[in-house]
Write a protein that binds this ligand. Sequence first.
Ligand SMILES: Cc1cc2nc3c(=O)[nH]c(=O)nc-3n(C[C@H](O)[C@H](O)[C@H](O)COP(=O)(O)OP(=O)(O)OC[C@H]3O[C@@H](n4cnc5c(N)ncnc54)[C@H](O)[C@@H]3O)c2cc1C
Ligand code: SF4
Length: 490
Amino acid sequence: MGQVDGFMKYQREMAKSRDPKTRLKDYKEVYTPMDKEQLHNQAARCMDCGVPFCHNGCPLGNNIPDFNDAVYNGKWEEAIRILSSTNNFPEFTGRICPAPCEASCVLSINNKPVTIEYIEKTIAETAFEKGYIKPNPPKSRSGKRVAVVGSGPAGLAAAAQLNKAGHWVTVFERSDRIGGLLRYGIPDFKLEKTVVDRRVRLMEQEGIVFKTNAHVGVNVSALQLKSEFDAIVLCGGASAPRDLPIPGRNFKGVHFAMEFLSQNNKRVAGDKILSGEILAKDKNVLVIGGGDTGSDCVGTSNRHGAKSVTQIELLGKPPLNRNENNPWPLWPMVLMTSSSHEEGVERQWSLLTKEFLSDNNGRLTGLKIVEIKWGMNPQGKMGFEEVPGTERVLPCELALLAIGFVGAEKGGMVDELKIELDERGNIKSDNYHTTQEGIFAAGDIRRGQSLVVWAISEGREAARAVDTWLMGQSALEAKDESFVHLTQEA
Ligand SMILES: Cc1cc2nc3c(=O)[nH]c(=O)nc-3n(C[C@H](O)[C@H](O)[C@H](O)COP(=O)(O)OP(=O)(O)OC[C@H]3O[C@@H](n4cnc5c(N)ncnc54)[C@H](O)[C@@H]3O)c2cc1C
Ligand code: SF4
């Protein structure tokens, strides 16, 4: 443990964000680096708890007190060694993880938690700067070939671990660039794509082959992959979006959030959008859905130069502080305000969408909504009822549907390989093994839309299951399952 009284001496400090007036003019990351002395003081706040709840809260089981101590002592090489033993991509999670570790940090019982996520990002960036992260191909090869389908964080983690175990790995990605939602979902102002490119280059140097524009089940036969590879790991994500089938859904100007976000990431990458451009400039934008995808739409719309941005949500406004039935170390069900919200948005809760409205040319002009009241119904279940006389129209020329995802995409490779789905529409599996011999699954395609940190965890665990299936045993690191997950997934 670094400093015994660090948690009393220093207050939690966050990385500084760039001025909204400046950052709205570009897509560069919002947060700026913290200086090393400041970071040293933040690491000093860690109490090296006997039972480190932070470690329990992290889906990867990161050894947080140990790397905090290494950072406090300026031992950066030691810090990245500890961090990389559980997390293949700390440069991603250090930027975009909602940090369930911080929610469960013991300090947050009566104080503010240790700045774990930022410490993680700085360890990763310092390690790249100092050359501690370099290509590390396996010393020997097993001769086995594994195909990974999908190059999001789950596919990348599975590929990295399987390659480390000595197997020849090929990643098949239907998009034109590698990265999954890291590339074509999460905006650049949260994660600049040079960070993804840097990691992919490193993985190529370690011997992993990436094939883009390779849509398995469409222009690449899934059955052929089955015959050519010793095992397959399906990491295709859960990209089927939830729709809003109300009258007027087909008016011009109503889009899924992902159409808007992925198109924008392509534009930021320098691609020309040849048809169907979705722009928020000078429009009243209505973001439907109060979650993180919605928040990314808010930040992107403001960067486009929207006239106004409103985000609406069916659920009620969360409390500012934890309720009695939501104590530490559970994930806090409180109002979250992202950097995108700080840049300008009107947020409204407890609204039911009724009908999209249009002009004579079928162009969206507004959304009819009604206020609702949440409460227990006579059967003791949570429900809502409309508040009479509260129907009104929210004017908008662009509406973005950010109301979640409904599981793995149907058809294509799932049908070709005769993979069974569970009742939630995700791929059914037993220890990552699907219902088909030699075919495994990891990430959102298996657990439903989740988080990058969970996708990495799933990719690592699936790789271990594949390695064991191929070789009878595995030397890949096992996740520390000795703890009970007392915290709730974010
Ligand atoms: C807008 C948005 C913002 C988000 N922000 C955050 C955040 O800030 N922090 C966070 O922790 N999580 C965030 N998430 C969630 C997170 O991105 C996902 O949980 C995570 O990316 C899932 O990883 P994955 O590898 O399972 O799937 P994905 O990242 O979805 O990758 C799947 C890949 O598989 C490819 N693919 C699919 N089918 C095929 C096929 N048949 N052949 C070849 N390739 C195929 C897809 O093109 C895609 O590239 C966000 C999600 C969205 C939608
Ligand atoms: S719970 Fe917080 S204070 Fe305790 S070891 Fe983890 S980071 Fe340090």
